[in-house]
Write a protein that binds this ligand. Structure first.
Ligand code: G4P
Length: 282
């Protein structure tokens, strides 16, 4: 699902999020493990203040395991609970339920002191488009769960998914707007496929990707495309040559080679690759 964001969309999304926040105890925020900062909108910190916070590093199957560990540490230090995830797989969902309970321990304790027992924890899934929110809700909630209707004190029309006796999930995820006014963020979002390709210059995009790969994953391109690593433009030329990307007249088709490299990165065929790196620990 691709979105074009306009100020009107953002205002509406923000207002909706503010309303939904009143109903929940825990914010489950999905980020893309390949670009954990650029795929989040820090406005959620303001919107979700005073709520328990869980960051799910999704699409971890496509990201470097070492970097995912470092990023998890980075988020933990900032006070979030963190779980890495492949939202398409059922494995790991039980671990999430445990962390959800852990994250909400304070609230459960507060309830207990006030004599409230066994009130389920309520959570909402949020994230920018395409991070895997719907996939996660489907896998996490599965088929076994029951949807609960309106309840006293709950805004009319809200649907809750009862996951187990302890946890309820709002069935529609909160959509956060990406921060693509920052050029680097826009570039990284484009690389993972979160911005329409038609509006991008695919050649330039591939050169940026090649630069990152060359710097942080030396040898990956050389091996995949049987080439000598050099300047990004030279690498792209060799990809075009070695993968037979030629136009009708026999001229090299750089755009075809560019699209190939980007596609192979996005699908994981270049390996597990993270494009953004946490600051070095002090
Ligand atoms: P959204 O609600 O946040 O907008 O995201 P959505 O669940 O629609 O997921 C966006 C795409 O990301 C989907 O692929 C989905 O299958 C894929 N995806 C979600 N989680 C993961 C994950 O952990 N790992 C990987 N590798 N992919 C994930 P799609 O191409 O749009 O659809 P489809 O071809 O999979 O049906």
């Amino acid at each position: 699902m691709h979105f074009q964001w306009y100020p009107g969309h953002m205002t509406k999304a923000r207002r909706q999020m503010q309303e939904d926040m009143k109903l929940i105890d825990l914010v489950i925020e999905l980020v893309d493990a390949r670009i954990p900062l650029s795929s989040r909108n820090p406005d959620i910190d303001e919107l979700g203040r005073q709520k328990a916070r869980l960051v799910l590093m999704n699409k971890a199957d496509l990201a470097s395991e070492g970097q995912t560990k470092r990023w998890a540490e980075f988020f933990r230090e900032k006070g979030y609970f963190v779980v890495k995830l492949d939202a398409r797989s059922k494995a790991g969902m039980k671990a999430i339920s445990n962390v959800v309970m852990e994250a909400c321990q304070e609230k459960i304790e507060r309830d207990r002191k006030r004599g409230i027992q066994n009130r389920p924890v309520r959570a909402m899934v949020v994230g920018i488009p395409n991070v895997g929110k719907s996939t996660f809700i489907n896998t996490y909630a599965g088929k076994a769960c029951t949807k609960t209707g309106n309840k006293p004190g709950v805004t009319k029309g809200k649907q809750w998914i009862r996951l187990n006796k302890n946890v309820e999930l709002l069935d529609t995820p909160g959509i956060l707007w990406p921060k693509f006014e920052d050029q680097r963020v826009g570039l990284l979002l484009a690389l993972i496929g979160s911005i329409k390709d038609e509006i991008l210059n695919i050649d330039e995009l591939s050169l940026e990707l090649i630069q990152i790969l060359k710097e942080h994953y030396p040898g990956v391109l050389a091996e995949r495309y049987s080439l000598q690593e050099g300047e990004p433009a030279e690498i792209l030329t060799q990809v075009a040559q070695n993968r037979n990307c030629v136009k009708k007249g026999g001229e090299l088709d750089y755009s075809k080679a560019a699209a190939l490299v980007i596609d192979e990165f996005r699908s994981g065929r270049l390996g597990k690759i993270t494009l953004e790196f946490p600051p070095e620990p002090r």
